[in-house]
Design a protein around this ligand. Structure first.
Ligand SMILES: NC(=O)C1=CN([C@@H]2O[C@H](COP(=O)(O)OP(=O)(O)OC[C@H]3O[C@@H](n4cnc5c(N)ncnc54)[C@H](O)[C@@H]3O)[C@@H](O)[C@H]2O)C=CC1
Ligand SMILES: O=C(O)C(=O)[C@@H](O)CO
Length: 308
């Protein structure tokens, strides 16, 4: 099997050129890899070609041209679709190829996926991501990986080009996903808490920009408060990570805990907040739009004014 690297000819495949996938594909190009991609959104493929990548019209066509395939769609259903659905990549991947699965999914799904791919002599690396779209684009995100040595051998040159921190968490697929679910438990609760705190501040008449400045220099700060509140201040809910991602991910945390009858009271409350925002029509907006569930406050608007 060809080993990929700056000086070698192998092409890396990326399926899913969204908030995270586009950044990863660009990071791989920057590192000197040839990168091919497939996405259902033609405009994403056109933009990627303009950046130096190669666009494919189906997962099979891309899979034929790669030994390493990175999957960065949203969830388990989409991962299933691109691998085993119509014109799915598994039909065309060569024996000995590697799939790097980056979507945040349930542990049972990723473990079952490994067994199914092994039947086709395909290796799987469990590799969910963290750090947001900006860090994906700069190649500085975090990868929480696990899998067998054979998978790591095939991923050796690719992983450092994708991420600033690559955690190798064990030889079993599923460990990376479980660690990511713990991250999502915290990430979801922290975004919900940041939104609730800003809503309280607005209700009490605080100047939101000053409040942000004070909190980010005080003990109540969090990575998510610092990262997401600027979207609220700008009144810009263009999704870098959508409300529905946290409907999914806090759902995964709750489902995982429920299997062992383990209580997650904070996650349950935060999940209800994201469900509320999604049901109100904000599911595809940035996850900071969870603040829109609070009544009786006026949010900053994108034109610099305020929006009730
Ligand atoms: N956005 C973020 O800040 C982060 C997201 N994640 C996780 O990464 C994964 C991807 O998230 P995002 O990039 O935010 O999602 P996104 O919605 O921005 O991107 C997903 C991409 O997959 C494409 N897609 C969907 N179905 C497809 C199919 N059948 N075939 C080909 N392409 C398909 C979409 O067109 C889209 O371009 C999710 O599991 C998410 O939970 C992890 C860390 C951070
Ligand atoms: O970066 C992460 O970790 C995240 O999951 C969030 O940014 C939102 O998906």
């Amino acid at each position: 099997m060809a080993m990929h690297g700056k000086d070698q000819a192998g092409q890396i495949g990326v399926i899913g050129l969204g908030a995270m996938g586009h950044g990863v594909a660009k990071s791989l190009l920057r590192a000197g890899f040839r990168v091919g991609a497939y996405d259902v959104r033609v405009e994403a493929l056109t933009a990627f070609e303009a950046e130096g990548g190669k666009a494919y019209t189906a997962p099979t066509a891309l899979a034929e041209a790669c030994d390493v395939l990175i999957i960065q769609v949203v969830n388990a259903e989409q991962t299933e679709q691109v691998l085993f659905g119509e014109q799915g990549a598994v039909e065309a991947l060569k024996p000995g190829s590697l799939v790097i699965s980056c979507a945040t999914v349930a542990p049972a799904f990723i473990e079952g996926l490994e067994a199914r791919l092994r039947k086709h002599d395909i290796w799987l690396l469990d590799a969910p991501m963290s750090g947001g779209a900006a860090k994906a684009a700069s190649g500085e995100m975090t990868l929480m990986t696990s899998g067998p040595e054979d998978a790591y051998i095939r991923a050796e040159k690719v992983l450092p080009a994708m991420a600033g921190k690559v955690y190798r968490l064990g030889t079993k697929v599923g460990v990376g996903t479980r660690v990511k679910i713990v991250n999502q438990h915290l990430a979801g609760i922290h975004i919900a808490a940041a939104a609730e705190a800003m809503a309280l501040g607005l209700r009490e008449g605080a100047d939101p920009v000053t409040l942000y400045e004070v909190i980010t220099n005080s003990a109540g700060n969090s990575w998510m408060f610092e990262n997401r509140v600027p979207h609220i201040l700008a009144g810009d809910y263009t999704p870098l990570s959508a409300v529905d991602i946290f409907v999914k991910d806090l759902g995964l945390a709750l489902d995982t805990a429920r299997r062992t009858k383990f209580p997650l009271p904070l996650a349950a409350t935060a999940h209800q907040m994201f469900l509320n925002a999604s049901a109100a029509g904000h599911g595809r907006e940035d996850d900071s739009a969870v603040i829109k569930i609070f009544p009786g406050i006026t949010l900053p608007s994108s034109d610099g004014g305020e929006k009730a």
